[in-house]
Design a protein around this ligand. Structure first.
Ligand code: GDP
Ligand code: MN
Length: 351
């Protein structure tokens, strides 16, 4: 097994990534974290891992976003973790609040129903708001207006492997739109009508489908047929979006805006619990060329309870190839084989 990146990459040498150099070789990108003040300790964990394994070599700025102002303590402690520039931003109210067309009574009733179906966070309004914001608003935040690429970082995640190249430059040089590490099946009752709503949108907008789309991946019903059945035609397999490295031009495109607008009006962010992960995945799978989606096999990653852990001396602290430290049945949640089956595995075709 090799862990060399799929194609030759421009390395750090010969480039200038000093933190204070405004003419550095950094491209137009930021590390991005939506986070609450009370998650400071957990965020510092994530920052320390990412700074140690990658960002101390490149000094990409951090943008922290919150639905309320960050405390002085939060600002002070996070800035201490990096030489890079840190920004602290509040979400505009109209990007976060529950939209006027949502019926609150129906929302509460729906939450009771979802809870009976064991949907996590059914009654937590802020969780629904967060999923909607990550689906249709983060890239509209004024503080991100001048950035093209982002790397999403959550509190309490782990990075295990030294990564020696500029992953944002990789995205740009190889014309990639989106990078992921882990793909999982979703909870079908959280997205019962997401696929039917998507099909309505597609029927009226056939011209938006990418030629080389990932429809087969999205609709697989071989491995977990019950998921496809309960989710009305969607396999539920999604890029696990607590990690994402992406090009915001995709989210900012008229095609995605129209799709998000359709979903938002349908109400499923509140009457069901549509996550930004399935929304992002379906949009990418339908409206983007699948060759522009990249598995960052070489970025060792954990968001409890799942890992992406490559076999390499560059990685410390995770067990190669293991998806989870949890019980064995959790291995069934991994749907990367679907991606490889329908789209391919860049890392293998190279060998
Ligand atoms: P889980 O990973 O699906 O269990 O959800 P998390 O609780 O980790 O939330 C996902 C991300 O959104 C994390 O980065 C959280 O810090 C952030 N987040 C969730 N809810 C809120 C909220 O109400 N306010 C803010 N500022 N961030 C939130
Ligand atoms: Mn999380």
């Amino acid at each position: 097994e090799t862990l060399e990146p799929p194609e030759p990459l421009r390395r750090v040498s010969g480039h200038n990534y000093d933190a204070d150099n405004v003419h550095s070789d950094r491209i137009n990108a930021t590390l991005l974290s939506l986070v609450r003040n009370k998650e400071l300790k957990e965020l510092v964990q994530s920052m320390q891992d990412l700074e140690r394994t990658w960002n101390h070599k490149f000094n990409y700025p951090w943008t922290f976003i919150n639905d309320e102002p960050f405390t002085e303590e939060f600002k002070k402690v996070t800035q201490l973790q990096t030489k890079a520039w840190c920004r602290y931003e509040v979400i505009p109210k109209e990007h976060w609040e529950i939209p006027s067309w949502i019926n609150k009574d129906l929302m509460h009733e729906s939450a009771n129903y979802l809870e009976d179906q064991d949907v996590q966070y059914a009654h937590m309004e802020s969780y629904h708001q967060m999923c909607r914001w990550n689906s249709g608003f983060f890239y509209k935040h004024p503080a991100l207006a001048d950035y093209q690429y982002y790397w999403r970082v959550e509190p309490n995640v782990h990075f295990f492997c030294d990564v020696d190249y500029d992953v944002f430059r990789y995205m740009q040089d190889h014309n990639k739109t989106y990078g992921f590490t882990v793909t999982l099946y979703d909870s079908p009752p959280s997205i019962t009508t997401l696929w039917p709503e998507t099909m309505k949108f597609v029927a009226a907008n056939k011209h938006l489908l990418a030629h080389n789309n990932a429809m087969g991946f999205l609709t697989d019903r071989e491995r977990r047929p019950e998921h496809n059945f309960q989710a009305n035609g969607y396999s539920t397999c999604h890029f696990w979006s607590n990690f994402e490295i992406g090009d915001m031009n995709f989210w900012r495109s008229p095609a995605y805006e129209a799709y998000f607008e359709h979903l938002d009006r349908a109400g499923g962010f509140f009457y069901e619990r549509w996550g930004d992960a399935p929304v992002h995945t379906i949009a990418l799978g339908l409206f983007e060329d699948s060759s522009k989606i990249h598995w960052f096999k070489d970025i060792g990653y954990q968001h409890i309870p799942f890992f992406n852990c490559p076999n390499s001396p560059k990685c410390k602290g995770c067990i190669t190839g293991r998806l989870t430290d949890g019980e064995a049945w959790l291995n069934r949640e991994d749907c990367r084989p679907n991606w490889f089956k329908y789209v391919g595995n860049e890392w293998e075709s190279k060998l």
